[in-house]
Design a protein around this ligand. Structure first.
Ligand SMILES: NC(=O)c1ccc[n+]([C@@H]2O[C@H](COP(=O)([O-])OP(=O)(O)OC[C@H]3O[C@@H](n4cnc5c(N)ncnc54)[C@H](OP(=O)(O)O)[C@@H]3O)[C@@H](O)[C@H]2O)c1
Length: 333
């Protein structure tokens, strides 16, 4: 049975998750701390102490080898798997299942991003919204909107939780996305466009990603003169197909202090992260509709044996009648 994600529970927890993200972003790698969160007027926020008796809430223990204190006798709910470093979330046993569902959905992103920052790497989350028959767009490229409003809000939350949001040039051509955070509270991520051949830069005056908040273009093409100051182009090596290795893309971002990236599509872009083993987490939303034809959610090289397909550990979440699958790659499969 999928764990249902209720909008009211998300509203109650979201300010605390934004606060946790901000606190973790400024924490030195050798710092130890204990952050407690509890509800005040129905909304969870960070508090200095729990007082007694302990209120319903959770706490986050962070630091190298941190064993926590007496309060961490509460069970561990989610833990960062990094040797020699402890980032564990402990929940008070009476915290309701509606809140646990929200924590379970978003903590892997937050903690994964922090672990990547500590390790000097980039945590990569992918998202795709597909129809029941595995399509993400009509044959003519039209794709807005396949998923329900609950999922659109969820994807804005993922934007707000990551340092950057990244798309391929096909999505910028077809959808003209803004890639800003509008449906929920939160800061806009750095917007990253990948275009090995760089032809999408010809669309500069007409595409929203090049306006306002600015964006970074990662390309193998020659960088045009006279770009607006909000567009930063970085030139990278491409192979004979015009492809940039995703590890190289991530190295450039890590050097700019971007330690978490939300890959929002399309299929070609997301698939190259899967193929090259650089994806940490996939959120696959299944909408309650059939397209019958159109683009597939993934574009990976053909395999001839089922056992050669990449495998994932999955969890399921209900989103207002539709389903989101969280898939974590089994490394080495
Ligand atoms: N339902 C959903 O969740 C969803 C989400 C997003 C998009 N979409 C749909 O998906 C369609 C677009 O997807 P798509 O697969 O055709 O295109 P895409 O993945 O958006 O873009 C592919 C292009 O991006 C560039 N690119 C991506 N990774 C690269 C790399 N590692 N190195 C170099 N260049 C790279 C290349 O551009 P150059 O050719 O310029 O080199 C490549 O041709 C649209 O119809 C859109 O509506 C659906």
């Amino acid at each position: 049975m999928p764990t249902t994600v209720e909008e009211t529970a998300v509203h109650a927890i979201w300010p605390a998750l934004l606060q946790l993200r901000a606190e973790l972003a400024t924490l030195a790698p050798d710092a130890r701390c204990l952050m407690r969160f509890r509800p005040e007027s129905g909304v969870f926020r960070r508090v200095d102490s729990y007082g007694a008796p302990a209120a319903t809430g959770w706490l986050v223990a962070v630091g190298p080898g941190n064993r926590g204190d007496a309060a961490t006798a509460w069970p561990v709910f989610w833990e960062l798997p990094v040797a020699g470093y402890r980032l564990a979330v402990h929940v008070e046993p009476s915290l309701g299942p509606e809140f646990l569902a929200v924590l379970r959905l978003y903590l892997p992103v937050l903690l994964g991003a922090h672990g990547a920052r500590i390790g000097g790497r980039v945590f990569v989350t992918g998202h795709v919204a597909q129809s029941l028959d595995g399509r993400v767009a009509c044959t003519n490229g039209h794709s807005q909107w396949i998923s329900n409003l609950a999922n659109q809000k969820h994807s804005h939350r993922l934007r707000a939780l990551h340092d950057a949001v990244l798309v391929g040039s096909g999505t910028v051509r077809a959808d003209n996305p803004k890639l800003t955070v509008r449906h929920v509270e939160g800061r806009h991520p750095t917007r990253v466009l990948v275009s090995g051949r760089g032809q999408v830069l010809e669309l500069l005056p007409s595409r929203a990603i090049f306006q306002d908040a600015g964006c970074v273009v990662l390309t193998g093409a020659e960088i045009p003169q006279g770009l607006p100051e909000q567009v930063r182009c970085v030139s990278l090596d491409v192979d004979e197909r015009g492809h940039i290795a995703t590890a190289n893309l991530l190295n450039v971002l890590a050097a700019s202090q971007v330690h978490s990236v939300f890959v929002e599509g399309g299929p070609a872009t997301l698939s190259s992260f899967i193929e090259e083993g650089t994806l940490d987490l996939l959120h696959l939303h299944i909408a309650s509709m059939i397209l019958g034809s159109g683009s597939s959610a993934f574009m990976l090289p053909e395999i001839t044996r089922v056992s050669d397909g990449p495998r994932f550990r999955c969890a399921h979440f209900g989103f207002d009648g539709e389903v989101l699958i969280e898939a974590r790659p089994e490394r080495g499969s």
